[in-house]
Every structure is written in C-alpha cells, then in structure tokens.
Design a protein around this ligand. Structure first.
Ligand SMILES: [Zn+2]
Length: 322
C-alpha cells in the first residue's frame, strides 16, 4: 500500500470516528489542549518536513469550528478550574514568526486567547537546537556515525532524540562548522525576535510560557542542566507581564522526552503547570500534575476531522501506546 493510500484510509477512519453524536458526549467534562507551531504561507523546510505548519486560511477555519464546539479558555482559567466544558486551550510551541504575524491577528478577531511556550535562546539569535539536530541527523553521515557510537540506533526512535549536548558540541568543535551553521539556519528559517514579543506583551489574549531556554530533549539532560535551562528561560519569560511559569516539554513524548521525576523537579522549581504532547484529552477537575496536548496539523479541515483525531488518540492511548 502506498503512503498516500494509507493516509487516505487513516483520514476516512478518523472521519468516521469523528461523528459528533459519538464524540460530543465523550467530551463532556473535558478540556482539550491543542498544540500548534507555525502559521505561514511560506514555511521553512523544517516546518514543512515535520508537518508543523498550517496555512493562515485553514488556521482561521480551525479557530472557527473550535470556537463553535468548545468553550475556549486561557491558561490562567485552566489552572483556576472555573470554566464550562467541553473546553479547549490553544497553545503554540517554540517561537516562529507566524504566531505573532498571522495567528495572533486571526485569534484577536475571534477573541481567542492562547499561550506560546518559548525557547528564548533562538529568539535571542542562538542556533535552534531542534533545527541543529534534525539537520545533522539527516544530512551528515559522519555525525550519525559518531552519534551511534555513543547512542545505538533504536527502531521507532528518531535519531535526533538520541542527541545530547555533549555529543553535538564535541562534533561541531571538530569540524569547520561555519558553513554548516549557515545551512542549518536556512533549513529552520527565521525565528521571532524580541520586538515581536514586545508587541504583544500587554495583549490580554496572549500568554508566554516556558519551553526550556533551548529546545533540548529533557530526557537527555542531567538534573543540573534541566534546572539551569528551566530557570534561565523562566527568568526571561517572567520579564514580561504576560509571562507565566507554565512549562511545556520540548518534543513532549512521555518517557522518550521526559520522566515523571523530572516533572516533580520542575514543579519544585516553581512550574505551576507542566504540559506534554502525547495526545490525550484532559478531564476537568482532575488533579493535574501534568496536562496533555493534542498536535493539530493541516489534515484537520472540519470539526469531524478534529473529533476523529481526538477519538483516534483516545483509542491509541487506551491501548497503552502513549
Ligand atoms: Zn517545541
């Protein structure tokens, strides 16, 4: 079966699952937290390749049907717990420019609040860790060899999640990195800048959260590194009036990208809410040590697609594959 045929079948199954009469009762007393990355007519190759972009027109349509079927809340309301269900919270990760230039104006027209979990390092001009490791693991056979000497390849785990900062730092110090860095920056494209953050700092619909200072896989960090990455970013986020000590794990998959022990550590450092990205819907009123999020992509064109995705993820996670 070709990939295209498989995708079509998957889409049809999801649409069938997404019949509202089936899904709506299930969503009673839930809060669905959706995660986006980039909204752009001209996304970077990185965003294209990892399916992280949605075009502005489709994003506006998604906001319409989400608003029609969910009570859209802001992150402070999520923590206060005082809201009608089914509720939805719109979140973004990383800090690419489309959030500020495309998504915020679209959401402003509908009065929809959102939180963006920022890595401040690439916003301040440093190399974006996620762009760096995806580029090296795709384009540099010498790096892959070095990586696999330290961390053997694992089926079902992408090579970029095996990277830790020591392996990568030693490797880039051993080569002529400047021309490679240029290619990596072109691959992941522009980031938002401090002026973009300043422009929305007093916008009551926009909140800033913490996504580590750079986009490291937390599971590959020591406790000291995690503490330092969290606290440095937290301090920068709290510089803004709309900054909050709410934290989303980069990459977001339980066990592969973080542990429960790390969640406890982050909470002891002051994180008031911790978010992962393995696709579960949250129950309202649950004692949430961690909220889960559902990734939205360009395959979600109608509310049936969205309900279908929620059902699909529910089936997957109830079979233990989270
Ligand atoms: Zn991210």
């Amino acid at each position: 079966m070709t990939t295209a045929v498989k995708q079509n079948i998957k889409q049809m199954i999801r649409r069938g699952l997404g019949w509202g009469g089936f899904t709506k009762p299930m969503l009673k007393d839930t809060v669905s937290i959706f995660v986006y990355h980039e909204i752009s007519e001209n996304p970077s190759r990185f965003c294209e390749q990892y399916n992280l972009n949605i075009k502005p027109k489709l994003f506006a349509e998604q906001m319409d049907f989400i608003k029609d079927h969910f009570h859209v809340i802001d992150p402070d309301q999520l923590l206060e717990g005082d809201f009608a269900a089914p509720a939805a919270l719109i979140t973004f990760d990383d800090g690419t420019p489309g959030y500020f230039h495309e998504a915020v104006p679209i959401m402003a027209r509908e009065g929809i609040p959102s939180i963006i979990f920022l890595n401040m390092a690439p916003i301040e001009g440093e190399l974006f860790w996620s762009g760096l490791i995806t580029y090296l693991t795709e384009h540099d056979p010498d790096f892959i060899k070095v990586l696999h000497d330290h961390a053997p390849a694992q089926a079902a785990v992408p090579d970029f999640l095996l990277c830790d900062s020591n392996i990568v730092r030693d490797y880039i110090e051993s080569i002529d990195f400047a021309p490679v860095e240029e290619k990596i920056r072109a691959f992941y494209g522009p980031f938002a800048g401090l002026s973009d953050l300043d422009a929305v700092r007093d916008n009551p619909l926009v909140f800033f959260g913490n996504h580590l200072y750079n986009h490291y896989n937390a599971a590959k960090l020591s406790d000291d590194e995690l503490r330092q990455q969290y606290l440095l970013n937290d301090q920068k986020i709290l510089h803004y009036p709309n900054g909050r000590s709410y934290f989303a794990y980069p990459f977001g998959q339980p066990n592969l990208c973080f542990t429960d022990r790390q969640t406890e550590l982050l909470r002891s450092l002051g994180a008031k809410a911790v978010f992962s990205s393995s696709g579960r819907v949250n129950r309202r009123g649950q004692v949430a040590s961690r909220y889960d999020r559902i990734g939205i992509d360009a395959s979600i064109k109608t509310v049936e697609d969205l309900f279908g995705l929620i059902q699909w993820m529910n089936l997957k996670t109830s079979m233990g594959r989270n």
